[in-house]
Design a protein. Structure first.
Length: 301
């Protein structure tokens, strides 16, 4: 098979591992800079052009679309879909998962466990917004934040009011969420491939840090999932319509709650913590699933 990886940087661990895994399994793997693609949109023969010529036929495309290029990146994925190329994650599913508010609304509609969450643009009563999610301590998130950036823990209601008003003064879209204290600054990253959790790690925040992101100094170790945690991760991936994703879960007193579904999860942390060859599992799924014109929008919303 000939496979394209849409990635801005061929030196990233995840990109390199996918290239290695694909080549080891006998495939031809090309890394294509997403932003350097340009599209020829025609009725009869749509194409993606790159470096002055049309790209060759690919049996599958692996989108590694960063948050900062979601709009253009999903447009490129959509063009490949129009050409009948099998895309590991579809454009609609990527957009759906990247929009934190939309993804939470979809998960809520299907009854998936979630932290109580508030969203507002210009609330007349900030105190009521805070009260409605259970009061301080609470978490305030920028809607467009990634890797723990733009996530603030407010210890008191007064601090929460100040932070919310400051973000609104900057015209930023924010989510206000209850703080799951019993999680103890830890979460579980479940790596889902083809409707199955193939690897899971527990991430613990650094000393004095409530965010568990590895980019923020957190640590990770192999963990064993409960039946409910595994089912929650698989269900979240299905609702988003993602074939491959990372589902971040908090262990709360009322059961597992989903914090986020990541459509381009990194491989370094999960492979290091679990010692599993997740990159090869992704290619195994592609080998079983890739067929021309098989792309269709999964899930709803």
């Amino acid at each position: 098979m000939r496979v394209a990886i849409l990635s801005r940087n061929s030196n990233l661990y995840s990109t390199r591992r996918l290239v290695e895994a694909g080549q080891q399994r006998g495939h031809t793997v090309d890394v294509i800079d997403t932003l350097h693609c340009y599209m020829d949109i025609t009725t009869s023969q749509p194409t993606v052009r790159y470096m002055g010529k049309a790209l060759p036929h690919y049996d599958a495309v692996i989108p590694r679309i960063g948050a900062s290029i979601t709009f253009y990146g999903t447009a490129v994925v959509r063009q490949f879909e129009m050409m009948g190329t099998f895309c590991l994650n579809e454009s609609v599913a990527i957009s759906r998962a990247r929009d934190k508010l939309r993804s939470l609304q979809l998960l809520s509609r299907k009854g998936v466990g979630l932290p109580r969450t508030g969203f507002a643009s210009k609330p007349d009563d900030v105190k009521d917004l805070i009260k409605n999610v259970g009061g301080a301590p609470l978490v305030i998130k920028l809607l467009e934040g990634t890797q723990g950036i733009g996530v603030v823990l407010a210890d008191t209601n007064k601090a929460a009011e100040s932070i919310i008003e400051a973000f609104m003064g900057l015209r930023a879209n924010i989510l206000v969420q209850e703080f799951i204290a019993e999680a103890g600054g830890a979460d579980i990253r479940c790596f889902v491939v083809g409707g199955k959790v193939v690897a899971a790690m527990k991430r613990q925040g650094a000393e004095g840090e409530f965010r568990s992101n590895l980019h923020r100094g957190g640590s990770a170790q192999l963990t064993r999932l409960s039946k409910d945690e595994r089912a929650t991760a698989v269900n979240a991936a299905k609702i988003m319509g993602l074939n491959v994703c990372g589902v971040d879960i908090l262990q709360s007193s009322r059961g597992p709650v989903v914090m986020e579904v990541n459509s381009s999860p990194g491989l370094e942390g999960i492979e290091s913590a679990t010692k599993k060859d997740v990159a090869s599992m992704i290619f195994e799924f592609i080998e079983e699933s890739a067929q021309p014109h098989k792309t269709r929008t999964k899930g709803k919303g």
